[in-house]
Write a protein that binds this ligand. Structure first.
Ligand code: NAD
Length: 271
């Protein structure tokens, strides 16, 4: 692995780096990924169409998300997130595009972060647009459903979800302004990344001259779109992931290792 890290450092040396990160960078913080090491047994993710179509689906979503929220919210950034933040302070990083919704890059001190798939921190009313902090909605859920308790031996699923024992009798949270339907500020499966957000990604890529992917299988198409933009501009590509990814064929260097080990090592070589 040391040779792979040295090869990656040679590709990146003297360049302004854009990062594209995925669920793999947060597994060492205790948040499971969908695929590969640190993943939990697969369950079909809820699509936006399911969420919008039925009260039953929304109940399932909000109970699971509510039970997972406190464990998800208390996860701490790890050495990988911190190395990226340190590279920004050293002037080596142009910014981070993350597919994660956990907010750990911001908490680690990175300031130029595009949350491609949104964030678990916010909730918005689909009728009047009122914005809420997730903590306020958690309080509303607790008040409306005082019987809800986190099951013992809770197993956190990707995206901060917990499989609920039951959703019977669950009262959904609603907008305090207009009683409208609430949706967390995350891009669901079946939804598109907002085009203005993608334009920010394009500007970030245009301001950099290398792309480093960390902890993503790149199975999700929006990640591949970021790589396509970088390739069109001729940026060299480095991939750090425990397993092969969909974009390895285009990479100038690949490192098969944990982001919590590899990124601090790269930081030392580059900062
Ligand atoms: P993914 O689950 O498809 O792939 C994760 C990859 O990371 C796997 O190939 C795995 O082998 C690798 N990996 C796991 N631990 C690693 C480590 N310590 N070091 C290096 N590699 C490691 O994740 P994805 O590509 O991000 O796509 C999943 C989608 O699900 C994303 O769109 C994201 O929005 C969402 N998601 C987010 C979170 C989060 O916010 N933390 C968690 C799960 C899923």
């Amino acid at each position: 692995m040391r040779t792979q890290i040295a090869d990656a450092a040679r590709v990146l040396h003297g360049r302004r780096i854009a990062f594209l990160t995925g669920a793999g960078i947060s597994t060492e913080s205790g948040i499971p990924a969908y695929r590969g090491e640190g993943s939990t047994p697969r369950r079909a993710p809820m699509t936006v169409q399911d969420f919008l179509a039925s009260d039953t689906a929304r109940r399932r979503y909000w109970v699971g998300g509510h039970l997972g929220w406190r464990s998800f919210g208390s996860a701490e950034p790890n050495a990988g997130h911190r190395a990226i933040a340190a590279l920004e302070r050293a002037g080596v990083t142009g910014g981070v595009v993350t597919q994660n919704v956990d907010g750990l890059h911001l908490r680690a001190g990175s300031s130029r972060v595009v949350e491609l798939h949104g964030t678990m921190r916010g909730v918005t009313c689909l009728r009047c647009g009122q914005a809420y902090d997730r903590g306020a909605i958690a309080e509303q859920i607790d008040a409306r459903n005082p019987w809800i308790t986190v099951p013992e031996n809770v197993v956190l699923r990707p995206d901060g979800d917990v499989a609920p024992e039951s959703t019977d009798g669950f009262v959904l949270p609603t907008c305090t302004v207009c009683e409208g339907m609430l949706k967390p500020d995350v891009v669901f499966f079946g939804e598109f990344v907002p085009s203005d957000r993608f334009r920010v990604v394009e500007a970030l890529i245009a301001s950099c001259d290398a792309l480093l992917v960390a902890g993503s299988s790149l199975v999700v198409n929006s990640g591949i779109r970021v790589i396509e933009r970088a390739r069109r501009r001729g940026l060299p590509l480095v991939i750090v992931n425990l397993e092969p990814t969909r974009a390895d064929v285009w990479a100038d260097a690949t490192v098969a290792g944990r982001t919590g080990d590899v990124l601090p090592a790269l930081q030392e070589l580059l900062a």
